[in-house]
Design a protein around this ligand. Structure first.
Ligand SMILES: *[C@@H]1O[C@H](CO)[C@@H](O)[C@H](O)[C@H]1NC(C)=O
Ligand SMILES: *[C@@H]1O[C@H](CO)[C@@H](O)[C@H](O)[C@H]1NC(C)=O
Ligand SMILES: *[C@@H]1O[C@H](CO)[C@@H](O)[C@H](O)[C@H]1NC(C)=O
Ligand SMILES: *[C@@H]1O[C@H](CO)[C@@H](O)[C@H](O)[C@H]1NC(C)=O
Length: 489
């Protein structure tokens, strides 16, 4: 960008006042994107019985194109799937030591993420990008994910046994580890939900957190098997070579279609690992992780997979359930967290059990969604699932706000309640999602309704003033309202 086109306010003048106000602006943008304050804490350790391992897997795709739309600047296709990238969190061998350093929470290079955020704020230039980089480094540059990189998978896959409280206890069995594929929201990446994913891994699940390259994230490095790298930045309508007929709704649909293709590619790679091609996946992984993947053969339950997502990712997860279960999308259950209010229509055509959870702020704020209250649309969607004879739950987690399931409140806890109205302890916030996810997994895998999922409807409509009712055991009253549950217990 030439200097003369930079608005006066952004022209580099390194006065203390300019730097201070830039930092304040960054703060505001960061808060706006995440609903979060600055000043970070460490990510907490996982609490389940297993050690947790993690691997980044990037795998070539054969140039699948989900839309013909091209970039204005280069004429290259914008929705071409060169590789798929995801982080796997898994139960690891106890005590296994990694010879690799823990993954950084903001993947390197930091500048890519920083520039992405600057682009979101429509103030990307050399100076702001540098300032964003410094600020991001200050906020979270040294934060690492407390999972052991590339350690061996725990040898025996669990099946489930039940206790009276409905907690699943992994025991010896040969079904393979239950697999959850997770899709992130807008302005996010694969590392924004690591506590949720890692905590589930510590309880015996394999979670694949995808990094979507649909232009909705702050930025991502695409690494090809040949060793070439390229940076994908956030892009929007202005960056695309489209005419009047292609607006925001069309862009969202194109992004969702791309996300679905990435979900399918993730399933393909996981299935290849389970079918004995782990060594090849490792060899073709430009991130050089997965040295033990050859021994993962037969360890993943790829016939009975769960799809999950948050916000934009929840809208995408619902879309991925259309026609599922099928070969490309072997999903027998969906965990849908805060389905998008502005990421396009929600797919109602769902034929597998689903658990839909709204954060408190998502239910509380009334939003009109294609002419109807968003809450009613979601409620209707879940009721239709029940009418089709599949189990559907819809509930609100009290005291939480939209980012409660992400890592952001764990890293920036102090001012959470000021900016987002969240009143719950931040760790409880994530854990309540983990707890109910486990209960849902037990239902999907063994048809047993336990814990919260064994209860009936308590609040047909969201009730801001109520803390749960006598119909609920006390331990749930502070945390939940159930709006839809399957008819038969
Ligand atoms: C999650 O479940 C564990 C074990 O049942 C329980 O001790 C904990 O209080 C639960 N946490 C939340 C936030 O529901
Ligand atoms: C999913 O797997 C469990 C056990 O692994 C099985 O009992 C259940 O019937 C499966 N569900 C479907 C829909 O295949
Ligand atoms: C749920 O409601 C049904 C009928 O409305 C009743 O038969 C059942 O016992 C209730 N279940 C629980 C767990 O309260
Ligand atoms: C709900 O719980 C909060 C804190 O736990 C309490 O301050 C509030 O008075 C309760 N409200 C009702 C209606 O019970």
């Amino acid at each position: 960008m030439s200097r003369s086109r930079i608005p006066p306010i952004l022209r580099p003048r390194l006065t203390p006042k300019y730097v201070a106000s830039s930092i304040a602006a960054i703060y505001v943008v960061y808060c706006w994107l995440w609903g979060m304050p600055l000043l970070s804490s460490k990510l907490p350790a996982y609490t389940g019985p297993h050690a947790v391992g993690t691997i980044d897997i990037e795998s070539p795709c054969d140039g699948r194109k989900t839309s013909d739309v091209k970039y204005k600047s280069t004429g290259q296709p914008a929705f071409l799937l060169e590789t798929v990238l995801f982080s796997v969190y898994y139960p690891a061998v106890k005590g296994a030591k990694s010879d690799k350093p823990n993954h950084l929470w903001v993947p390197k290079p930091l500048a890519v993420t920083a520039e992405g955020y600057a682009k979101f704020a429509h103030i990307s230039n050399f100076l702001t990008n540098s300032l964003f980089t410094v600020a991001l480094w200050g906020i979270a540059g040294s934060t690492t994910i407390p999972a052991n990189v590339d350690v061996p998978l725990r040898e025996t896959a669990p099946s489930f046994e039940f206790t009276d409280h409905g907690e699943g206890k992994p025991t010896e069995g040969n079904d393979g580890f239950p697999v959850i594929v997770f899709s992130h929201g807008m302005a996010s990446s694969r590392t924004d939900y690591t506590h949720f994913c890692g905590e589930l891994a510590s309880r015996g699940y394999i979670v694949a957190a995808i990094e979507h390259r649909d232009g909705s994230g702050p930025g991502s490095i695409i690494m090809n098997a040949g060793g070439t790298e390229k940076t994908l930045y956030h892009f929007g309508l202005d960056d695309l070579d489209v005419d009047q007929s292609f607006g925001i709704p069309e862009l969202k649909q194109a992004q969702l279609d791309f996300r679905q293709a990435e979900i399918e590619e993730t399933v393909r790679v996981l299935r290849a690992i389970n079918d004995g091609s782990g060594a090849t996946i490792f060899e073709t992984n430009p991130r050089k992780e997965g040295e033990h993947l050859a021994s993962w053969t037969g360890q993943l339950d790829m016939t009975n997979v769960t799809i999950s997502g948050h916000s934009y990712g929840a809208t995408g997860a619902l879309q991925a359930l259309k026609g599922a279960p099928c070969k490309e999308r072997p999903f027998h259950g969906g965990i849908i967290l805060d389905p998008g209010k502005s990421s396009g229509p929600l797919n109602h055509d769902v034929d597998v059990p689903v658990l839909v959870i709204h954060s408190n702020s998502w239910s509380k704020k009334r939003s009109i969604f294609f002419g109807q209250p968003h809450f009613s649309v979601v409620k209707d969607l879940v009721r239709q699932v029940n009418k089709r004879g599949m189990a559907g739950w819809f509930m609100t987690s009290l005291g939480t706000s939209h980012p409660s399931v992400t890592d952001a409140p764990l890293i920036e806890p102090t001012l959470l309640s000021w900016t987002t109205g969240s009143s719950i302890d931040v760790i409880d916030g994530v854990r309540m999602y983990v707890n109910v996810t486990e209960e849902f997994m037990l239902y999907q895998k063994a048809n047993r309704r336990t814990g919260l999922l064994a209860l009936n409807v308590t609040h047909p409509e969201y009730d801001e003033k109520s803390n749960g009712t006598q119909q609920m055991p006390k331990c749930y009253q502070r945390f939940w309202q159930i709006h839809v549950a399957p008819d038969s217990a």
